[in-house]
Design a protein around this ligand. Structure first.
Ligand code: CU
Length: 254
């Protein structure tokens, strides 16, 4: 059933519910389309001028259309209350515990993505606007002890371990971008001045394309990133290799 519309590769736990909703909404639209088209053809034939030389001013007297309308509204109600609202509640409300999750801050800017991790202490170093320079675009406070082991990933690369919840805080350094990874069924606008959290569980190891899905300037088309889902051991080794880089003076925040 879920494969009916050949949706793109699915690589997150929550994505299955997104696919279900997409499939059911499209099935309803398909039924309405076929129903309306059939009725249209029937009406053209049934009420042709040759057979009805005189107009009938009474019109339809049975209640079939009312029943059909009630049935369609009922199905729409089920889609809304049984699928859409629970899905939304899960997405915005039911966050996993931070201690059981990979927490990452993903910041969009013209025209790439910066991922920042709290490091072994689980705490992000503070950042301040007055510290922002060309070399320190995030305004990281390198004197903050919590910043010492922070990891800033370069090359528009986000790495997370598989089968563990991810909490991603999405933000922007300049204009409005949008963080989208189709196989994860995740899309979130990246707004300057706001940090918006989202969560999901990646279920398949692979490298997925991060695309910016908000027209953000003349480099928008090339604003891509790489979302790497890897085994836990590989993630640990990667994080270890990057740890402390954020605190180094020559760190490159691109
Ligand atoms: Cu963008």
């Amino acid at each position: 059933m879920l494969d009916l519309f050949k949706l793109p590769l699915l690589a997150s736990k929550e994505g299955a519910d997104v696919d279900k909703l997409i499939t059911y909404v499209h099935l309803l639209m398909l039924a309405l389309f076929v129903g309306w088209a059939a009725y249209f053809l029937y009406a053209i034939f049934r009420f042709r001028q040759k057979r009805n030389p005189k107009a009938d001013y009474l019109g339809v007297t049975n209640h079939a259309s009312n029943y059909i309308e009630i049935a369609v509204a009922g199905i729409e109600g089920v889609l809304l209350f049984a699928f859409a609202i629970p899905l939304w509640a899960h997405a915005v409300d039911r966050f996993p515990e931070e201690k059981d999750s990979t927490v990452v801050r993903i910041t969009g800017r013209q025209f790439n993505w910066i991922a920042r991790y709290p490091g072994a202490d689980g705490k992000f170093g503070s950042n301040r606007v007055d510290l922002v320079t060309a070399e320190n675009m995030m305004g990281l406070d390198k004197s903050d002890p919590a910043a010492k082991d922070d990891v800033v990933a370069e090359g528009s690369e986000v790495v997370v371990p598989v089968d563990k919840p991810v909490i991603a805080h999405i933000s922007s350094l300049d204009v409005i971008h949008s963080f989208k990874v189709v196989p994860l069924r995740v899309t979130q606008d990246a707004n300057p001045g706001m940090s918006i959290p989202l969560h999901f569980v990646p279920t398949k190891t692979n490298t997925y394309l991060i695309q910016c899905s908000q027209l953000c300037g003349n480099g928008h088309y090339a604003m891509k990133g790489y979302f790497k889902v890897v085994p836990q051991a590989e993630y640990d080794a990667w994080l270890q290799s990057k740890s402390g880089a954020a605190a180094k003076p020559a760190a490159n925040y691109e």
